[in-house]
Design a binder for this molecule. Structure first.
Ligand code: PMP
Length: 398
């Protein structure tokens, strides 16, 4: 009998399955709104000019490819810290933040989860309902039980804050709370400043451990604006975790560039925490890859390239904003009975469109328009050429 005869087939990733179906579709006008990446007006994943410049310089320097330190490139880690906490952050000046380069945002979550499992082996992890589909799987595979807290309110297309606060209060003390710092995936619905304040108070009251996931900094309202929640927690005096990613903001998906930051109570504590996080990294993949992080560090640490990047990031943000407004206008113009104004109020790449799974199925079958069964669409996959077709089709299936 083969060693593997009892291995069961794992369930298919629903989004990858959608992409396969899209690729197999031969209709010329097909549109894929199921993706999780930013496409430009030409329907392509952009290669940012700031990235091209940094890559040219890197190639020209013919730098050797030795191993990086376990925690990654120092100039990268400190640039990440400034982006998250602000260049004038007191926490950074006090040396209380530990930052390690990671394999994308996913790698940061996984390293953080493995470290937390050693620190709080009996803790419960709570994620928003709904959340990025990998949050649950990732914390479960690190050995934690994972629960949902109330988040999206379908009736108001907003946040069910009362439910959320009640659920956070009801969790065992010292639970790990995964929070989307901005541009919530999949709903596009974010907490307001006063909502964040209330969440912080419950977290403090219950001694919870906040784990802020920020994968879309700069895609919502701006670089500093999108870090508002991170900075609120930074000012609170609490200890917390942040996973961050440059996959979207630098359009470097395949280079796997992210970071795990941990806010500690003192510089001395930071040293001990770093030594343990390094052990987690060392026993998983030893040390991180060089290319993506050196490009990001070069851009963030050069005034000219940084200005160029901010401009390009601003263009991506504005394009998404314009598409959201365009979608609302065109849906109304094509006779939608429902008010879609909420789409313009959502932030980031995604929109919970309110479409039912039956409507999503009809969009696919009748129009070749692919969306996730939950009604999540990627606004950044729209453009001036497909917006009309997509909004007409949506009005058709409503
Ligand atoms: N967190 C959230 C909320 C995400 O949406 C994503 C990816 N889309 C990630 C983390 C992971 O980012 P990365 O691709 O950099 O691993």
């Amino acid at each position: 009998m083969s060693l593997f005869s009892a291995v069961e087939m794992a369930p298919r990733d629903p989004i990858l399955g959608l992409n396969e179906a899209f690729n197999a579709d031969t209709r010329p006008g097909k549109v894929n709104l199921g993706v999780g990446v930013y496409y430009n007006e030409e329907g392509r994943i952009p290669l940012l000019r700031a990235v091209i410049e940094a890559e040219k310089a890197r190639l020209a320097a013919q730098s050797p490819r030795g191993y990086l330190p376990i925690e990654g490139i120092a100039a990268y880690d400190s640039a990440v810290q400034k982006l998250l906490f602000g260049a004038d952050s007191a926490l950074l000046a006090e040396g209380r933040v530990v930052t390690t380069q990671s394999l994308g945002g996913t790698g940061a979550l996984k390293t953080g989860a493995d470290f937390l499992k050693r620190l709080l082996p009996d803790a419960v992890v709570a994620i928003s309902n709904p959340s990025w589909e990998n949050h649950r799987a990732l914390f479960e595979s690190a050995g934690f039980p994972v629960q949902n807290y109330s988040y999206y309110d379908a009736a108001s297309q907003g946040v069910n804050l009362t439910g959320m606060l009640a659920d956070l209060r009801a969790l065992p003390a010292r639970s790990i709370i995964v929070l989307h710092a901005c541009c919530h995936n999949p709903t596009g619905v974010d907490l307001s400043s006063s909502d964040w304040q209330q969440v912080l108070e419950v977290v403090r009251e219950r001694n919870h451990v906040p784990f802020l996931d920020i994968a879309y900094q700069g895609f919502g309202d701006g670089i500093a604006e999108d870090a508002e929640a991170v900075r609120l927690f930074a000012d609170s005096g609490l200890q917390f975790f942040v996973s961050s990613s440059f996959s979207k903001s630098f359009s470097l998906y395949g280079e796997r560039v992210g970071a795990l930051s941990i806010v500690t109570a003192s510089k001395e504590e930071a040293g001990r925490v770093l030594s343990q996080v390094k052990r987690v990294i060392r026993t998983n993949y030893s040390n991180p890859p060089t290319h993506g992080a050196s490009v990001v560090a070069a851009v963030l640490n050069s005034p000219e390239l940084r200005a160029l990047w901010e401009e390009e990031l601003g263009e991506m943000r504005q394009r998404i904003r314009a598409l959201r407004n365009g979608m609302v206008e065109q849906l109304a113009a094509h006779g939608a009975k429902r008010d879609f104004g909420f789409v313009a109020r959502q932030r980031g790449m995604f929109s919970y469109s309110g479409l039912t799974s039956e409507q999503v199925e009809r969009l696919k079958n009748e129009f070749g328009i692919y969306a996730v069964g939950t009604g999540r669409i990627c606004v950044a996959a729209l453009n001036s050429k497909n917006l009309e077709v997509v909004t007409r089709a949506i009005v058709e299936v409503l």
